[in-house]
Design a protein around this ligand. Structure first.
Ligand code: GLA
Length: 652
């Protein structure tokens, strides 16, 4: 730690009277262990920005400073030993041409000591110069504003403490225990998962009845449309429905402890994905390190862990299963297509049909990935000018889901006008339409041209509304809460997709790490995605799931919010001071309500029945522990942990 003895008389003149001609040590903020800071993107910068560039605010370069990226948080123990904290704060000029904006905050425990205005890229900096008298724990934060975290390169320039005796020390964020709220499932049989399922006439049909309870379980299904049969031991329904129509099927599950029944509506018509897809995708854990063995292991884990008994069904391979043109690597290089122009797999996927058959034999479905450009995002072969051939190949292999990623089509598109944005997606829509297979069509183009307004028109069953998610709070927070306003465009068969889940062990392969989200942030992530009626695609290595991660993904009452047959996406109905309430209507007339705290400290939050458009007495059910909280008149109040949530159902 580098110290400079300083006589503070000039500061005394500028600021206060209390420093009376005492000698203080100057401790630069950047001399502390800045690796303890959590920042939204990049690396905590010692005398440099989060990108490693000089600290420059509003044209002026500072030798000393601490470079962060919103949202960021840095805990310090002062033990009452410091006299003042000083810094110049702003957004680094490296983002001058961009639209970064953030707010800086300084807390002593829960008390806000100082707060900047909204500081913008290239705009003027602000001075923080505040007394640290008697302060024990100091928290330095930067927060994103409504425009999200992009370009928020927040710098604490020329930042130092004047220290009387005890030096400040950087400390870890307070430990937050991972408390499991989801109750254990009963041993008696219970049917879970979607209550409605869509398919098209004449196409292969596959539906695994999701049921928890002690095995063996015997399944029955009364009222199945002609062409379908049930395997009474596995609960897997297969076949082809010839006649379009709506079929009400009565499912039962029986084991030695009891019996449970539930209605399943099968709608055979034009539309599939009548509830948001529930599954897994290889990207957030393995990225290009994916191979057949890992995909099979994921499918086995989905069944063996019990997740498939809660409604999870898709096993989706993301990028990197094809041949990589011009690659010298004998595993992924080679001939991109065969003599007939059919797309080849690389050597990590020696038998795609065999893999699909295996996954289907478990009652699960399999998804694939490609794009409209010549290459995928990772530089592998994609569908450009082979769309019909490739769609047919995907169908022949037995794929049930296609994520179609814009990426390299950027080189082909003339511009980002609506016709250019829609074109490649319509081409693949037509190609898929000719395959006679139910393939969920997932558009991935990061929200360009407000895709939610026209994604359904080009056949999309879901469309990514954002760029890629990462496993940190600023990403999950900005993407999740940024979905407000898209609700009008979601509904059965067509969903907004705020990207995949980042709980559990993720890492974009080959090295995996446990999600950097705190336990409360993980509750927020899953609760919000459930309310948003988002496709839920698990992003972790399911073979390494701990009990906490499993509990987040196997809560049937939370999943029911996501899978509700009305298909509504929640709206934000209350928003103030970092507190938000989101709500959506459910099929049984009740409301699913999320009370969220985006702030750094626990806070009390009230939702009134007026906010929810109801009046009278209602029961509030806490969905994570699955317990009723009691009856409430006109309003409900709860204390919400920092970055946490209370997810409830309000019912008569
Ligand atoms: C893009 C997508 C990701 C993933 C990668 C694969 O970045 O947004 O979800 O599919 O491509 O290369």
């Amino acid at each position: 730690m580098k110290l400079i003895k300083l006589l503070v008389v000039p500061i005394l003149l500028l600021n206060t009277n209390f420093l009376k001609s005492q000698t203080y040590d100057t401790v630069w903020l950047s001399s502390l262990d800045i690796s303890k800071a959590t920042i939204g993107w990049g690396k905590p910068g010692k005398d440099v920005s989060c990108m490693g560039n000089p600290i420059i605010l509003n044209g002026k370069t500072y030798k000393k400073g601490f470079g962060t990226h919103a949202s960021s948080i840095f805990y310090l123990k002062l033990n009452g030993g410091s006299a003042r904290f000083h810094a110049l704060v702003g957004i680094n000029d490296e983002e001058k041409a961009s639209s970064g904006s953030a707010v800086f905050k300084v807390y002593s425990n829960n008390d806000l000591l100082w707060q900047s205005g909204i500081l913008k890229s290239g705009g003027p900096e602000e001075v923080v110069d505040i007394s640290m008298a008697n302060i024990d724990t100091l928290i330095l934060c930067t927060e994103t504003t409504a425009d999200g975290p992009n370009y928020d390169h927040t710098d604490w320039a020329d930042s130092y403490f004047l220290v009387k005796n005890t030096f400040p020390v950087a400390i870890d964020k307070p430990f937050e225990p991972a408390i499991i709220l989801t109750p254990k499932v009963p041993l008696t049989p219970r049917i879970n998962g979607p209550k409605i399922y869509g398919s098209r006439p004449g196409n292969d049909f596959l539906f695994r009845i999701s049921a928890t309870g002690e095995r063996p379980i015997a399944f029955t299904a009364n009222g199945l449309p002609s062409g379908l049969t049930l395997d009474a031991k596995t609960g897997i329904i297969t076949g082809k429905i010839k006649q379009a129509g709506k079929y009400e099927v009565n499912l039962t599950t029986t084991n030695k402890l009891g019996k449970n029944s539930r209605k399943l509506t099968i709608v055979c018509g034009n539309q599939i994905a009548l509830t948001p897809p529930l599954g897994w995708n290889s990207w957030n854990c393995f990225a290009c390190d994916v191979d057949e063995k890992k995909v099979k292991a994921a499918a086995n884990a989905m069944v063996n862990s019990g997740l498939a008994d809660h409604g999870w069904s898709y096993i989706n391979i993301d990028d990197c299963w094809m041949v990589k043109p011009e690659s010298d690597d004998s595993i992924v290089g080679g001939k991109t297509r065969d003599a007939q122009g059919n797309m080849n797999t690389n050597k990590k996927f020696p038998d795609m049909k065999g893999l699909a058959d295996y996954i289907h034999s478990l009652g699960l479905k399999i998804g694939t990935y490609s794009g409209p450009g010549p290459k995928t995002c990772a530089g592998y072969t994609a569908c450009y000018q082979f769309e019909e051939k490739d769609a047919q190949r995907f169908a022949d292999w037995g794929f049930d889901y296609l994520k179609y990623d814009w990426c390299d089509y950027e080189l082909i598109a003339k511009d980002h006008s609506l016709p250019e944005l829609k074109k490649p997606y319509s081409v693949m829509q037509n190609a898929l339409g000719k395959t006679n297979r139910d393939i969920v069509y997932s558009l991935c183009q990061y929200g360009m041209g407000d895709v939610w307004e026209w994604g359904a028109e080009v056949g999309g069953n879901c469309w990514r509304t954002t760029g890629d998610i990462t496993d940190d709070w600023s990403s999950v927070e900005s993407i999740g809460f940024g979905q407000a306003g898209h609700e009008a465009f979601a509904g059965p068969g067509h969903w907004n997709d705020p990207d995949m889940l980042v709980v559990g062990k993720v890492g974009w392969g080959p090295q995996l790490h446990y999600t950097r989200l705190s336990p409360n942030e993980q509750y927020t992530h899953i609760s919000l995605w459930a309310l948003l009626a988002a496709p839920l695609l698990i992003g972790c290595d399911m073979t390494q799931m701990d009990e906490f991660t499993y509990s987040l993904l196997s809560n049937d009452e939370v999943l029911d919010v996501n899978q509700d047959i009305l298909g509504k996406q929640a709206s934000r109905i209350v928003q103030y001071d970092g507190l938000e309430v989101w709500s959506k209507e459910l099929e049984d007339g009740s409301k699913a309500v999320g009370l969220f705290n985006r702030g750094l400290f626990p806070a009390s939050l009230t939702v009134t029945w007026k906010d929810l458009g109801i009046s009278g007495t209602y029961t509030v059910r806490d969905l994570w522990p699955q317990t009723d909280e009691g009856k409430f008149d006109q309003k409900y109040t709860a204390t919400i942990p920092a970055h946490g949530v209370k997810l409830v159902r309000v019912y008569k």
